[in-house]
Write a protein that binds this ligand. Structure first.
Ligand code: SIN
Length: 288
């Protein structure tokens, strides 16, 4: 197979054609695909037809598949797949209705966060449910020098779904079982990480509740809050963001969580516009 990568508009995201993932890419196609992943950070591969097993096999090319912290949305036969869906079947949600309608990077709350996320679409509404991506390398590169100096060597404390308001409906105290809470302790990560494969630097600070950033270690809380607000206002400028529009079942989207953040928009999807996807995350390396 020989693949083609075509940039979507003037964004960093690329559409890939010439790859049938059901066949399992051969080594040279895999090498090309992996190069495109490191270059573009987000890849779109439309028109795939995959079983759960084929999706997992492809995911394993990136690393060890890591099931989601919340058990109830794991695929019944393939627990490494998380089901995202706004469908309700026999009175129960079929999957996570809204997996992150806020800026985040997957598993950034774990000591060893995810490298790749793969989303495979089973059903897509005619309108809505777009996914937004932010290029955190470009955002870092464009930071004013004084902010780069201020962030140099800084570390942040993070805990899954931590929020100042313990009563917040999406906070860890409201959503996680005691077991899930015990499995998601506070971790410490650098504020800026160096990509282990490309050597490029990216901001590694995310505002969404799932990311649970408690603050920059060693800074006064007010100073840390002000700095984080400034960083997040900078990152989310239009020039660093791409809005991805899903086209239909068989769409496969994958991205590098080490240098991007993303934002679902499913919180705004009317319940009669059905959207169901399978998601896989693989274990990366300790951020440094
Ligand atoms: C996610 O945040 O992993 C899911 C993104 C989406 O559903 O658009």
């Amino acid at each position: 197979m020989s693949l083609t990568a075509r940039r979507l508009g003037d964004s960093f995201v690329a559409e890939i054609s010439g790859v049938d993932l059901a066949q399992g890419p051969d080594d040279s196609t895999w090498a090309e695909l992996h190069r495109a992943y490191l270059e573009h950070k987000v890849l779109y591969l439309p028109g795939q037809r995959l079983t759960a097993e084929q999706l997992c096999r492809f995911g394993e090319r990136f690393g060890e598949i890591e099931p989601h912290t919340v058990r109830m949305y794991r695929h019944p036969e393939r627990p490494g797949i998380t089901i995202l869906s706004n469908r309700v079947e026999t009175g129960r949600p079929k999957g996570i209705r809204d997996a992150g309608s806020h800026w985040h990077s997957d598993y950034s709350y774990k000591a060893v966060p995810a490298n790749v996320t793969i989303l495979y679409a089973l059903e897509i509404p005619d309108e809505g449910g777009d996914t937004l991506f932010c290029d955190m390398e470009a955002a870092y590169a464009a930071l004013p020098d004084d902010l780069k100096v201020l962030l140099e060597g800084r570390r942040q404390a993070v805990q899954y779904r931590w929020h100042r308001d313990r009563g917040h409906p999406e906070s860890r105290w409201k959503l996680l079982s005691p077991e899930e809470q015990a499995e998601s302790p506070e971790v410490v990560h650098p504020a800026v990480r160096t990509h282990p494969e490309t050597g490029r630097k990216a901001l590694y600070l995310f505002p969404g509740i799932t990311s649970g950033v408690k603050g920059i270690i060693g800074m006064d809380p007010a100073e840390s809050d002000a700095l984080l607000a400034q960083i997040w206002a900078h990152c989310t400028q239009e020039r660093f963001v791409h809005r991805f529009k899903w086209s239909g079942p068989g769409d496969l989207l994958l991205w590098d969580n080490r240098c991007t953040m993303h934002h679902a928009t499913t919180d705004r999807l009317p319940p009669d516009r059905h959207r169901t996807l399978w998601r896989i995350n693989t274990r990366g390396t300790v951020p440094a």
